[in-house]
Design a protein around this ligand. Structure first.
Ligand SMILES: [Zn+2]
Length: 70
């Protein structure tokens, strides 16, 4: 149970964390989420894991697109 991706972030913030990561979260809401991240280790850990996972997926995506396009 030490893997934050299995535990997940707070339900109220999960979608906000994804939007924050994507840069699509409204600034007013982003401030609230950042404030929450400041005192919620669970959401912090989840966002870190999510970002790492997203980077890995982004690194693999171009190869998938190239192979399917050819
Ligand atoms: Zn939280």
């Amino acid at each position: 149970m030490n893997d934050p991706t299995l535990i997940g972030p707070c339900a109220d913030y999960e979608h906000d964390l994804v939007d924050l990561h994507d840069g699509t979260l409204p600034p007013a809401r982003a401030g609230i989420v950042h404030d929450h991240l400041g005192h919620c280790a669970r959401c912090q850990s989840w966002l870190t894991e999510f970002t790492a996972l997203d980077v890995r997926l982004a690194g693999e995506l171009p190869r998938v697109l190239v192979s399917s396009a050819s």
